[in-house]
Design a protein around this ligand. Structure first.
Ligand code: FA5
Length: 349
């Protein structure tokens, strides 16, 4: 090493060019395995030849120092670039040799990278929420494990009301004194109460989420289902507003040619109550109505319970069955496909 250091100490800009030549020539002859060693010899942090050269700048005569420093720095950068290029070139050559020697069959199809995607029900849920978002509805959320006070009492389904039979409930707690309090929500309607508890009119929200019912499953019924609750409360809200909003939703979701129908229905927390159905093509070429949501004008008592004056404020509410919407959208004939985790089914969406 000693003679090299000596020669560097006395190096001039000219001898920098000599060094460059030597470094590049040896690099050209260095194979993959020797590249690290080449790097250590020329660019090593401690005693690489170019490092020492850079360190010797201060020993140059003052009027040569600037030019010398610049040339030495340029050399360092050039050698780093050359090293990277050499690495790339060697790698490329290696691949080419592998390919032409037959060790790799370049005509084989590549291995597909599996791409994740949203479950069809999640996709539909997001689209529904987006449609209402465009109409000025904000998104709120509520718990899946719910109190009877919100799931039933708050929406006018008292303990002894026959309407409680409408939802066969999955209870979470034990019966205490003939009463149970904690359950898996059977619908998203408890959020009507929860939202009105924390917000003053004007209210315009949608509340998406899972619901659970002790239900015998069939082609259109699951025991776990997804709903999107909608609630609008303000001065002067009328039934025509509800119909207009739901009609617009159906148009945006299913396209212009889909027909919808409203017919009267009973829910204790609305008056009047309706169900909305969409026409669904049947196998024999006809159509039938498929109910996708329940809705109605919020019952004045629910408004009063929330502490609002029902002579001033009116509202509408709806609860959309998301699986049913997804079924209509893609022509799926059995709701049970969604939750059987069959990837051949799920990958289609
Ligand atoms: C309700 O759950 C009411 N909370 C809806 C409502 C909200 C009415 C606000 C008025 C005002 P219903 O049980 O009909 O109503 O369910 C609403 C929708 O959820 C149905 O139209 C249907 O699309 C879907 N649905 C109900 N039960 C099931 C089930 N077992 N499997 C799949 N989807 C279901």
């Amino acid at each position: 090493m000693a003679p090299i250091i000596l020669s560097i100490m006395t190096a001039t800009t000219n001898s920098i060019e000599t060094l460059r030549k030597e470094a590049l020539e040896t690099l050209e002859q260095t194979g993959e395995a020797g590249l690290d060693q080449w790097r250590a010899e020329w660019l090593g942090r401690q005693d690489g030849r170019v490092t020492l050269l850079l360190r010797s700048v201060r020993d140059q005569p003052p009027d040569e120092r600037a030019a010398f420093g610049a040339a030495a720095n340029a050399l360092k950068n050039d050698l780093e670039d050359a090293l990277n290029q050499r690495r790339e070139a060697l790698k490329k050559k290696q691949l080419e040799t592998l390919a032409t020697s037959g060790a790799i069959d370049v005509t084989l199809p590549g291995r597909p990278q599996p791409v994740g995607r949203f479950h069809p029900v999640t996709q539909t849920l997001r689209d529904i929420v987006a449609v209402f978002g465009e109409m000025g509805f904000r998104v709120a959320e509520g718990p899946e494990v719910e109190w009877a006070k919100y799931n039933f009492d708050g929406v006018r389904i008292p303990e002894d009301h026959p309407a409680r039979d409408m939802w066969d409930t999955i209870w979470v707690d034990k019966e205490i004194g003939g009463r149970r309090d904690m359950l898996l929500r059977t619908h998203t309607s408890p959020n009507q109460v929860r939202v009105m508890e924390r917000q003053q009119p004007p209210i315009r929200v949608v509340v998406p989420g899972k619901c659970y019912r002790q239900e015998a499953t069939d082609a259109t019924h699951e025991w776990m289902l997804t709903q999107v609750e909608g609630l609008a409360v303000d001065e002067g809200i009328r039934m025509s507003d509800l119909k207009g909003v739901l009609y617009e939703f159906a148009r945006r979701m299913f396209g212009q040619d889909r027909h919808i129908t409203f017919h009267h229905s009973y829910f204790p927390f609305v008056e009047p109550g309706v169900e909305m159905a969409v026409d669904w093509p049947t196998a024999d070429g006809g159509t039938r109505w498929v109910e996708i949501l329940g809705a109605g004008m919020v019952h004045p008592e629910v408004i009063e319970n929330a502490g609002f004056d029902s002579s001033r404020y009116t509202g509408f509410a709806f609860g959309i069955g998301v699986e049913r919407v997804a079924m209509l959208r893609w022509g799926i004939d059995d709701i049970r496909h969604f939750y059987q985790n069959n990837l051949r089914f799920l990958r289609q969406f």
